[in-house]
Design a protein around this ligand. Sequence first.
Ligand SMILES: *Cc1c(COP(=O)(O)O)cnc(C)c1O
Length: 484
Amino acid sequence: MARPHESVVDGSEARSPVHPKDLPSVDRLLRLPAVAALLAEHGHSCVADQARQLIDRLRAQALAGALTAQALEPASLEARMGEAVRQHLAPRMRTVINLTGTVIHTNLGRALLSDAALQHLLAMMAQPNNLEYDLASGGRGDRDTVVEELLCQLTGAEAATVVNNNAAAVLLTIAALARGREVIVSRGELVEIGGAFRMPDVMASAGATLVEVGTTNRTHPRDYEQAITERTGLLMKVHTSNYAVQGFTTAVDEAEIARIAHARGLPMATDLGSGALVDMGQWGLPHEPTPREKVAAGCDVVTFSGDKLLGGPQAGLIVGSREAVGRIRKFPMKRALRMSKLPLAALEATLMLYLRPERLTQDLPTLRLLTRPADRIRALAEALQPAVQQAVAPRFDVGVCDLLGQIGSGSLPVDRLPSAGLALAPVQRKGAGRALDELATALRSLPQPVIGRISEDRLLLDLRCLEDAQPFLAQLPQLKEALA
Ligand SMILES: *Cc1c(COP(=O)(O)O)cnc(C)c1O
């Protein structure tokens, strides 16, 4: 039996099984030139650990009679060590290319941060900052003050506070205003958002009792009035963000519910879900209720997300009256749900973009993508078609097509965004389903995974979110190789 250093690649010995006793030691592995280079770069612990794991894997293969001397060639061992260390040190969180057509995709990280937010985030995290330090007095400050003034200015509210996400904002609002009491909500608004966040469960977690009024499709002012008792703590409205109730429907608006609540000395809260800070209608997008409208309608509390239409980091924004927001801020649970300095810095910079509203469609990625004209997206599809066709030929045909995308994240669920992209269809009808799955897998396996969607025997790549085509084009040779 040849020792590894004596083995020959093309001799018959190269293909004969190796005995476990012929495996290299960790030390020998670490002395191979390319592995020594890895050691110098990453240190002993990391590389030696990978060497031990590689030898364990080789031993298992040898015991199964499945290891050839060829696998023990220095070049082969070096290559496997390089790959093992690279994989071990590769982050699990990676950027992907979102060609799903859904702009605010919850599974793909929702809103993209603006350059301004990224820069502010980086600057604030690299140095100590005044997160909870009052520079005027030299005493302790409150982290809410970083964004409170901006939020009040942008929504017309008297006060504002922020927490980790909007689910936390809703939970905290209910707990602070109605713990141990009843909360009245219309049956048409008992929403579930992404599985774990269901309005009845949130009520229970907050220690409040849900009182449902009206029916799924119709709720009237008298339904709220009649449900109010001495146990009532809060009247609440929830924006049905991920579904639409259509047809024979009546809902009571915030102004009316607030009037009913205030007449009985009770607070009223509304959960907007997405909550756009500006009127989306001005860009031809469907109108989404704004916090400003709801504050003006008399709501004591308005909650909304930071990373949906607002286009910022994950955050739960709470704006409203000084008295209601004050109770929320003082509630002990607030400390457990408070926002970290990372998203807070990003949120501040994102909100500041709204001080220059005319520039929003350039400066805020979410709005830039949502307002991208379909004909421009189509022109991009036409420009990319030949290169993509070349990469997936001869197994797939590539056509340019009009598509309908989505805003996403439960915003405006029934509205579709006219868009365009590429449709990749298997040339052979037989086995088309498997071919499409293979194509989708190959796209997802690229260094920067490409995520499309399969619909009606075609793989669709919606190009609305492809602002820079270069990283996509640069990977086409690898796609071609994967499909060969
Ligand atoms: C999305 C949404 C939430 C949850 O917001 P997160 O920021 O994801 O926690 C709550 N309520 C409504 C109506 C929503 O649409």
